[in-house]
Design a protein around this ligand. Structure first.
Ligand code: GLP
Length: 243
C-alpha cells in the first residue's frame, strides 16, 4: 500500500486526477471504476479541466460506478447516476453508453446485481478503481459486517451512513435505506485501486483502516491486501497515521 500525503484538498484532487489521467493516456480504452461522495468532486473537476485543455480524451473509456441507491431513478437529483452526469460525464467526451451505474429504479435486486457483476467481468474487469472512504470504513456501500461480501449485492445502509448522507437530501426521511453496491471481491478484483480521503473527520478511520487489523468490521481495511493500492490523503485526514 502506498500513501501520498498532500497539504490540501485541492492537491489531493490534482494528484488523484493525475493518476487517472495517466491511466487514460497510457491505455485510452481502459475501464475506470468510479466513486461518488463529496471527496472525489475535486478530482472530477480536475479531469474535466484536463479534457477542456485538450489533454485528456475519454472517447474510448468505459466506466463502472461503485454503487447506487435502491429506489432512486437515474433522473433523481440525489441518484449517483445524476451525480456522475453532473460532475463528470456531461462535461467530457465520454460515450454515455459506456458508462455504467447500477439501476436504482429496478426493484429486482438479484437482476440488477447479478447483471452488473457479470457486465464488469464480461468487459474484462476494472483497470483502475477510485474509492472514497466512509466514516465507518465503508467502501462503496460495503458496510461493516461479519464477513466481506464478494460480488455486487443489495445492502441495508447503517444509521451512520444514512446520517452522513442526509446532508444531501431535504430530510433524513428521504435518504434511501438500501442500495446496490459492488462487493469487496469486485473492488479487490480491480487491477489498481486509488483511495481519496480528506478532512480531520476522517483521520481516525484512515488510521484504523490502513494501519489496523484487516477485519470485515472495517471494510476498507481489506485494501491493505491489494497488490496495487494507493491512498491519497490531505494532511488533515493523514494526521493520525503513525509517522
Ligand atoms: C457514500 C458512498 C461512498 C463514499 C462515501 C464517503 O456513502 N457510497 O462511495 O465513499 O459516501 O463520502 P464522502 O466522500 O462524501 O465522505
Amino acid at each position: 500500500m502506498e500513501f501520498i500525503i498532500t497539504e490540501t484538498y485541492d492537491q489531493m484532487s490534482r494528484a488523484a486526477a493525475d493518476a487517472i489521467a495517466a491511466k487514460v493516456r497510457s491505455c485510452p480504452d481502459c475501464t475506470l471504476g468510479l466513486a461518488t461522495g463529496s471527496t472525489p468532486i475535486g478530482t472530477y473537476a480536475c479531469l474535466v479541466a484536463d479534457h477542456k485543455d485538450g489533454t485528456l480524451d475519454f472517447s474510448d473509456v468505459t466506466t463502472f460506478n461503485l454503487d447506487e441507491y435502491a429506489g432512486l431513478a437515474p433522473e433523481h437529483r440525489q441518484s449517483y447516476r445524476y451525480f456522475m452526469n453532473d460532475n463528470l460525464f456531461d462535461h467530457v467526451n465520454i460515450d454515455k453508453a459506456r458508462t455504467h451505474v447500477p439501476n436504482g429504479a429496478n426493484a429486482d435486486a438479484d437482476a440488477v446485481c447479478n447483471g452488473y457483476e457479470q457486465a464488469i467481468w464480461d468487459n474484462g474487469g476494472i483497470d483502475l478503481q477510485l474509492l472514497g472512504l466512509g466514516h465507518n470504513g465503508h467502501i462503496g456501500f460495503n458496510e461493516p459486517a461479519d464477513a466481506f461480501p464478494v460480488g455486487t449485492h443489495a445492502v441495508q445502509l447503517t444509521e451512520s451512513t444514512i446520517n452522513a448522507n442526509s446532508r444531501l437530501f431535504d430530510s433524513i426521511d428521504d435518504v434511501p435505506r438500501s442500495a446496490y453496491t459492488m462487493g469487496i471481491g469486485t473492488i479487490m478484483g480491480a487491477r489498481e485501486v486509488l483511495v481519496v480521503v480528506s478532512g480531520a473527520d476522517k483521520a481516525d478511520i484512515v488510521a484504523k483502516a490502513f494501519c489496523g487489523p484487516v477485519v470485515p468490521q472495517v471494510p476498507a481495511s481489506v485494501l491493505q491486501l491489494h497488490p496495487a493500492c494507493t491512498v491519497i490523503c490531505d494532511a488533515e485526514a493523514a494526521s493520525k497515521l503513525p509517522r
